[in-house]
Design a protein around this ligand. Structure first.
Ligand code: ADP
Ligand code: MG
Length: 746
């Protein structure tokens, strides 16, 4: 028997209305329309007669359009629509007011003489007369005889639906009114378990739909919204909890820690003490690696918090047990760097092939596998991975998609990458019979609710302290708009660093004059909450500093005469890139002009100054990441955020925020608040609604946390959800293929 939800709208509303709703909004069934929620409600208390409109306050009035005219603006582009309305409740005198719409194309078409609508907005004054500017309005159907007085209408909340030019909010409201009256809402299966519904005193599904679409009071729709919010959070968290629990039941290779192996030898020769955090996370990982089910963990830690050592120790535990570990970096440059630094850190524990190795001394073969290697090198590396001779294989993510075989892959570590989705996991699983343990590392702090929503199927660990002896980075905003002379000062400062034997990064938003930005960075930008150059300063913005032009300029700069300048960006070929990195790493290059390729993972401890040109082009998290590249070697670091924006420009607030705090979590939260939800969850560009319906990860923290706990309880008690059929169905509906995308980001 088809459920109430599947009843076609044509049967309930008549063919004409149904066709309109389908064409304009894609709503076909009763369920579609029930779930089409008002964007908001007009609820501004009583109607105010025009004669008593209070200046500078919000007011709602019910009025009829008397006349309307549209003209072009004299001094700017665009048009002004002026609409004169009358409310006809004349006590004495004034019963009309003028409404002004800037570029009010829709208003000019809809507000024709005779039209009745509810208007609300702030009452202002222009040329001595009261007016509303760009008021919100809801058209009321003049033919509709509701039998309600204007006061009664104004007393109940008016739902405002996301409308289109073809279907007005009013028409949608009429349709939902009919729907709610005709459907047997009590017959709908409620995804919320009764127990939880009662626990939180939430209305049942049928009542809630009524309260959303035809709310008698403000309290009613607010309560219904709470219910749907919680329902959404529960559906999502239950899906994640199931995934987590199912994944945790797959077989994997247990690698218990073995005494007297490479790990012990490594610990014995570590030149520093592990921080308490590194030890605690280390123990967590050691215990999980020993389990016969896959570890699935996200490790968050500030830049420089020492995640690599933690990961390396986990890899050595697996190697000690005879398994292999793979380390994946987002770019080839980083993969090569990681490989070099792991070899350096391991020192004599690195074994070079089988030749001449002392079979009794502990050691591990570490190989690099990238697309730009010579055919010979690559073949040797592939062979070492496939034969099991290489204990540690370092590469880019391509390692998973290419024809790389492992003899016994026990652990995969993914560095600086948020998106390590189901696809990649499947690729991983295909590499070995057992599912490898997975450790995803990120230096971009992820606010807790985002972690729970987007990475909800990973467990999370945090390294919150920096190793002792790290000097904090001093960050300053350098505003060239107010003080152009400071530019000189920056290069003088760079020279001082170079003369003191230190090194300097100069970061530019662009590679060349043509405005191309870091191509392979696109993916990275997405992967960090910080985002890339922000779209809103789009095409009118003057071109941002480029590596090419800046390098040329600095070579001419008097203050830097004799200082060795190099450059680095993603469009250089692999050989150039590594030569350039090498020359900076060894100190030959003193000032490196680069794009954000230096953002992630690049480690030159001797670098103490970072100059970020046109810093306003970067997001908060990205700036925070970038500055983490300096001050890593015991010398204090300085970061200069250079901008040509005027003080007070909204984008400068971002720079001030970065200068004011070095706490990544504080900054991540700020960043989150400034971004639209869709950016966070990666909503499709096509303008479809984002994956989350009502839930907002920035706002609904508590609901998400509660739902997560409830979901875990449900799934632990009833993993198949056999006694929660409506919830299970809701999960399936929620996770239609296109929507599943974001769950896969774990
Ligand atoms: P992350 O990857 O978290 O940004 P790294 O693992 O690259 O940080 O560590 C940054 C630097 O700190 C490295 O040079 C590393 O050797 C060093 N380091 C790591 N742990 C410690 C520690 N406990 N004490 C001192 N130095 C450390
Ligand atoms: Mg790192």
């Amino acid at each position: 028997m088809p459920s109430e939800r599947e009843i076609p709208l044509s049967r309930l509303l008549g063919a004409g209305s149904a066709k309109k709703l389908a064409a304009a909004l894609g709503l076909e069934t009763a369920g579609d329309l029930l779930d089409y929620f008002p964007r908001r409600y007009i609820q501004r208390g009583e109607l105010t007669p025009i004669s008593r409109l209070p200046l500078d306050e919000d007011a709602t009035l019910l009025a009829r359009v008397v006349k309307s005219s549209t003209r072009r603006m004299a001094t700017r582009r665009g048009s002004i629509t002026e609409v004169l309305v009358s409310d006809g409740f004349t006590d004495h005198g004034v019963d009309t007011i003028s409404l002004t719409f800037f570029n009010g194309f829709q208003a000019s078409r809809q507000l024709t003489p005779g039209t009745v609508a509810m208007f609300s907005g702030r009452v202002g004054r222009y040329k001595g007369r009261l007016q509303l500017t760009n008021p919100e309005y809801t058209l009321l159907d003049p033919e509709e005889d509701s039998g309600l007085t204007p006061e009664e209408i104004a007393g109940r909340p008016i739902p405002v639906y996301p409308a289109s030019a073809k279907v007005t909010s009013w028409q949608i409201a009429k349709a939902t009114g009919i729907l709610v009256g005709q459907l047997d809402l009590e017959a709908l299966a409620d995804p919320l378990p009764e127990r939880l519904r009662q626990k939180y005193r939430l209305p049942g599904l049928g009542d809630a739909y009524r309260m959303v679409h035809v709310p008698p009071t403000q309290e009613a729709w607010m309560l219904a919204r709470q219910r749907f919010l919680y329902e959404e959070a529960l559906v999502l968290q239950t899906a994640l909890a199931r995934r987590r629990i199912q994944h945790a039941q797959l077989p994997s290779r247990p690698s218990p820690a073995r005494r007297g192996g490479i790990l012990d030898a490594f610990d014995a020769r570590l030149p520093f003490e592990l921080t308490a955090g590194q030890r605690a996370v280390g123990e967590e990982l050691a215990a999980e690696l020993a389990e016969p089910h896959p570890m699935n963990r996200l490790l968050q830690g500030e830049v420089g918090s020492g995640k690599t050592v933690v990961a390396l120790r986990a890899m050595l535990q697996v190697v000690d047990d005879g398994g292999q570990a793979a380390l994946l970096a987002p770019t080839e440059v980083l993969a090569a760097q990681h490989c070099a630094s792991i070899r350096r850190t391991l020192g004599p524990l690195v074994r070079e092939g089988l030749l001449g190795a002392d079979p009794d001394a502990p050691g591990v073969e570490v190989v690099l596998l990238t697309g730009s290697q010579s055919a010979g090198e690559r073949k040797r590396a592939l062979l070492a991975a496939a034969s099991g001779q290489a204990g540690i294989v370092v590469g880019t993510h391509a390692l998973l998609s290419e024809h790389v075989a492992f003899a016994d892959l026990g652990l995969v570590v993914v560095d600086e990458q948020h998106r390590f989705g189901v696809e990649q996991r499947d690729a991983l699983r295909a590499k070995s019979l057992a599912t490898p343990h997975l450790l995803v590392m990120t230096a971009t702090p992820i606010p807790r609710t985002v972690a729970m929503t987007v990475f909800g199927d990973l467990e999370t660990s945090v390294l919150s302290e920096l190793p002792a002896g790290r000097s904090p980075i001093a960050t300053h905003v350098v505003g060239l708009a107010e003080n152009p002379a400071w530019e000189r000062r920056i290069w003088a400062r760079a020279r001082e660093e170079a003369e003191a034997g230190r090194q300097v990064y100069v970061v530019c938003p662009q590679i060349g004059e043509s405005g191309e930005d870091e191509g392979d960075l696109e993916a990275l930008d997405d992967a960090t909450w910080g985002g890339g150059s922000l779209a809103d300063n789009g095409s009118q913005a003057p071109p941002a500093a480029s590596v090419a032009a800046t390098t040329a300029r600095l070579e001419e700069e008097e203050a830097l005469a004799g200082v060795r300048i190099g450059s680095l960006h993603g469009r250089m070929d692999a050989a150039e890139k590594s030569a350039s990195m090498e020359s900076f790493a060894t100190g030959t290059t003193q000032v490196l002009v680069a794009t954000t390729v230096v953002e992630v993972g690049v480690d030159v401890p001797n670098a103490t100054l970072m100059v970020i040109l046109d810093a306003d082009r970067f997001g908060i998290a990205q700036l925070h990441q970038l500055r983490g590249r300096v001050g890593r070697g015991g010398h204090p670091g300085t970061c200069l955020l250079v901008t040509s924006l005027e003080p007070g420009h909204p984008s400068r607030a971002r720079l001030d925020a970065v200068a004011a705090s070095t706490d990544g979590f504080v900054l991540a939260q700020k960043d989150l608040e400034q971004r639209r939800e869709g950016d966070i969850l990666g909503a499709t560009q096509s303008g479809r609604r984002s994956t989350l319906r009502l839930l907002r990860v920035t706002r609904d923290t508590e609901v998400i946390e509660r739902a997560r706990q409830d979901a875990v309880e449900i799934v632990e008690e009833d993993p198949q959800l056999s006694s929660h059929a409506p919830l299970r169905n809701a999960i399936e509906a929620y996770l239609e293929p296109e929507k599943e995308v974001f769950l896969e980001r774990g």
